[in-house]
Design a protein around this ligand. Structure first.
Ligand SMILES: *[C@@H]1O[C@H](CO)[C@@H](O)[C@H](O)[C@H]1NC(C)=O
Ligand SMILES: *[C@@H]1O[C@H](CO)[C@@H](O)[C@H](O)[C@H]1NC(C)=O
Ligand SMILES: *[C@@H]1O[C@H](CO)[C@@H](O)[C@H](O)[C@H]1NC(C)=O
Ligand SMILES: *[C@@H]1O[C@H](CO)[C@@H](O)[C@H](O)[C@H]1NC(C)=O
Length: 486
């Protein structure tokens, strides 16, 4: 008996894959097969039957950035994701789900009434001329889902799609912006029928705010609707509205993240409610779209902090989330600042009153003008390192009238790219994408690196070609986090 138990425990230990324990917004996230997770414009559904979280999103590859269908991944803990392939596959020649169609922002909810799962999404043609909502069903949450139809919600247009299920009464709502035309520019909350087979009635219209990417969360302090402005794939300041009831009256919108961070370079899309044994946590599920290589756009997931009157997103490089208790804890790292780094070539230290030590590393360019952080303690295992940087390219949008927020006629440079080399090993150059921030705004972006055990590691940062130039962004500091699972 005892031996059997020991074997059972051993088998469990051996079968348990190396677990990532942390949530690392903006990192490259891989599934259990070692593939980059591709599930953009996501919806995440906790399924009572399987006891798992199911992440649905737009499946994008380098060769197929739209019309790739809906991917699905599942997880017990929101850290370790197993791919379930395509939940909705594109069908050649189909009017609404062919590889030429737009299949965006899928969401899935369970209907108690019909005991099956309903997927809804923004269904469109490649020029966004249809503005419909697609609907597909499956008897199991993972799918495959069968296409039902694509319709105009209550006779209106529908662009960015969101879905909200109220924990209090189980009712689901479709959330959608109704396009960019003068007659649109609204966002709707419409109640769905209990079968989740159609929309029943418009509950509220946010008139003419011209916002998109809507999501809703419900706390003890009411309903909060999060939406972004409309700036294409460039991020902007996401706003929230508050109300006691879904039908309103809704408050004035307010900005939810520090100004000029453009919501930490992300767009809203979904809020996941995690009801733990100790507390309920709401996670902001955002996209860090990267229009240069949209298939590898990153995910920005952050805990939402609310009190009665306010809602805000606070950045954490790395946090430890326990879905069983609903609690999350920021992980502490070790900081190495610009002041102690070595510069090479034309890279230099410049006064910057907003920087950690009043000094920022600038002039980083190509492989000659680099900076090196020394004496870094490593664990010998992969660990996350956050690079705090400033990129002042000012993300213009030169080819569109009115689209140059900070610079007249500026060309759009979404990101700089830095090279990151550990211990001088130039045969293993890592690429670090450093999105535009703003002047004086320092944000961080993570890489998972393996350092030697001990305190003698170096990290050298140079500049790589971003399509325009070899400039690396200015560096303020790096923060080295303990390995996962520790
Ligand atoms: C809802 O589903 C039930 C069970 O399948 C069915 O009997 C009923 O006709 C459906 N109602 C609507 C409005 O589709
Ligand atoms: C998309 O639909 C609109 C409205 O029917 C139409 O005008 C447009 O030509 C369509 N685009 C494509 C690529 O078929
Ligand atoms: C359809 O959209 C228009 C423009 O937003 C609005 O005036 C109208 O009330 C909407 N109708 C319904 C049923 O939602
Ligand atoms: C340095 O960069 C140049 C391009 O600027 C490239 O041709 C060269 O191969 C690079 N050298 C190393 C060692 O990476």
């Amino acid at each position: 008996m005892k031996t059997r138990m020991l074997y059972a425990i051993l088998a469990t230990l051996l079968a348990t894959p190396a677990r990532s324990k942390y949530i690392v917004p903006g990192g490259r996230w891989y599934d259990t097969d070692g593939e980059l997770i591709s599930a953009h414009g996501a919806g995440i559904t906790f399924d009572q039957k399987t006891g798992r979280f199911w992440w649905f999103g737009e499946y994008k590859t380098e060769a197929q950035t739209e019309g790739g269908g809906v991917s699905v991944y599942s997880s017990e803990d929101l850290h370790t994701w197993t791919s379930g392939g395509l939940a909705l596959s594109p069908v050649e020649g189909h009017p609404y789900i062919s590889p030429e169609n737009i299949i965006q922002r899928p969401k899935v909810a369970y209907s108690q009434e019909t005991d099956d799962y309903h997927m809804w999404w923004h269904a469109d043609n490649s020029t966004y001329g249809l503005l419909l909502q697609g609907h597909a069903v499956s008897s199991t949450i993972g799918g495959p889902y069968s296409f039902v139809d694509a319709t105009a919600p209550l006779g209106n247009w529908s662009q960015d799609f969101g879905m909200f299920t109220d924990y209090q009464d189980g009712r689901s709502y479709a959330l959608y912006s109704n396009g960019d035309s003068l007659y649109g520019r609204d966002v709707y909350i419409s109640a769905m029928n209990k079968n989740l087979s159609a929309l029943e009635t418009a509950v509220h219209r946010f008139p003419k705010f011209d916002l998109e990417a809507p999501s809703i969360m419900h706390t003890e302090n009411g309903y909060w609707a999060l939406m972004s402005h409309k700036t294409g794939y460039r991020p902007n300041n996401v706003v929230a509205f508050r109300a006691d009831s879904l039908s309103g009256p809704w408050s004035q919108p307010f900005i939810i993240a520090p100004l000029n961070t453009r919501t930490f370079n992300s767009q809203s899309g979904f809020v996941l409610r995690i009801e733990g044994s100790k507390r309920t946590t709401h996670l902001y599920i955002g996209d860090q779209w990267d229009s240069n290589t949209i298939w590898e756009s990153r995910y920005i997931w952050l805990p939402i902090q609310t009190d009665g009157k306010n809602l805000e997103l606070v950045w954490h490089d790395v946090y430890d989330l326990d879905v069983k208790t609903g609690t999350w804890t920021p992980v502490e790292g070790t900081t190495y600042t610009a002041k102690n780094a070595k510069t090479h070539g034309d890279a230099y230290k410049q006064e910057a009153n907003f920087a950690t030590d009043g000094i920022i590393l600038t002039g980083i360019y190509g492989n000659d003008s680099t900076v090196t952080f020394e004496g870094i303690e490593g664990s010998g295992e992969p660990q996350w390192i956050s690079f705090y940087y400033q990129n002042i390219d000012d993300m213009g949008f030169g080819d569109q009238p009115g689209g140059t927020p900070d610079r007249i006629g500026g060309s759009w440079q979404l990101r700089r790219i830095s090279s990151v080399v550990v211990n001088g090993d130039t045969s293993n150059v890592q690429t670090l994408y450093q999105r535009d921030t703003h002047k004086g705004i320092i944000l961080s972006t993570p890489l998972q690196l393996t350092l030697k055990k001990g305190k003698s590691n170096t990290i050298t940062v140079g500049g790589l070609y971003n399509g325009f130039d070899y400039k690396g962004a200015d560096l303020d500091r790096i923060v080295v986090y303990p390995p996962e699972g520790k």
